[in-house]
Design a protein around this ligand. Sequence first.
Ligand code: HEM
Length: 413
Amino acid sequence: MQNSDDLMDPAVQECPYGYYARLRAQAPVYRMPNTGFHLVTGFDVAREAIRQPDLFLSGVSPMALADDGIPQEIIDIYTSGGWLPLASCSTSDPPRHTRIRRFLEGLFTAERVRRATPMIDKVAAELIAGFGERTQVAFVQDFAHPLPMYVIADLIGVPRGDIARFKAWSDAIVEPFSLMVTRERRIECAKLVVEMQQYFAEMIAERRREPRDDMLTEAIQHRDTDGSAFDMQELITILTIDLLASGNETTTAAISSGMKLLLEDPAPIAAVRQNPRLLENLAEEILRLESPAQGMFRRCAASARLGDVELAEGELLSIRFGAANRDPGQFPDPDRIDLHRRKPGNHLAFGVGRHVCVGAALARQELISAFRALLDRLDDFRPAPDMPAPRYLPSFFGRNLDELHLCFSHRKV
Ligand code: HEM
């Protein structure tokens, strides 16, 4: 691989699929010379790695991988004003992972998502109603971002009126994971996260006094199999990282990318209008083609072989879900939306096995509700003229559009 052909290069991250395709063909388990991480880009090798969670551990703190690790200054900001965040569910291993996951899994069962669906549909409808007579919107800001935020806020029990403050907070949690931020920005982010922690500490105190029917109360009242409750550091981590950060940016990314894909290829719109059952397949194709979590880390617990590569204990893998999901060996004609794939949900956008996304059922429903509402109410989607074209923000982890200026007409309903 040539040096300019580097996944740490923002230009490559803007559209990494050509790079992924070359790697997959030449070296599906490839050691990046500048970082030492192994990029895993083939579907079979990616699945093989995540299916062996005791050999390929999840306990890797992406923030600690920055050149200077986690600076003392940042640790001090947390410990003096708030709580040092614990590892997220996704970046921990048993026994901690088992303890947190046992709680989280119960929150997003198919039955609970079914019960939440009318609320999700209502949020989507209200956001579109909020467009009023307009025929041009900033799609990320006006729709794709608020939708999952309102939904999770409602489920957790955060008042709508407080949500305006969440965008800056949630960016501050997610940005450092991108591995692309400066030290100054990481410090700013830590301060914002502490603000968010303080907000939730107050909410927790309120719910302890007056329990309600919401996830915040459930988290406080939860008892593990040994009878222990979550302590404050655990509660804060679950609320801010496992529920808010893990779910919001990813779902926003999926909705925004989905709209961008339909601007590039509108044929699926007519197909879905003719057969609304295809909406589920459209959601799966969006997740497959523009996987919001492009890559997650794994660390070798012992020496191991993956594909034809020998790995030593401690070596790091970045499993590129975004690459595996366009593997032509698994998905014929992988770069286009195909609403008739044999097993449309058989991609790795939510991972598989021990760490498979706990919020997958919710995220799928959010995508379905979002696109049902959009396609029912609006038409003639096109990029807004004289506005900057949408760009993907540089990130080693996520796939978020900075903005998507969208024009449309209103359908007569
Ligand atoms: C389109 C939206 C979403 C995508 C693409 C996505 C993707 C993923 C992926 C790939 C993983 C597995 C990571 C691994 O194997 O290492 C994961 C785990 C996780 N996701 Fe999601 N996610 C989405 C939405 C959500 C939502 C809505 C929530 C919660 C509200 C959520 C919470 C979590 C949690 C807590 C984990 C950790 C599970 C574990 O490690 O056992 N995600 N997600």
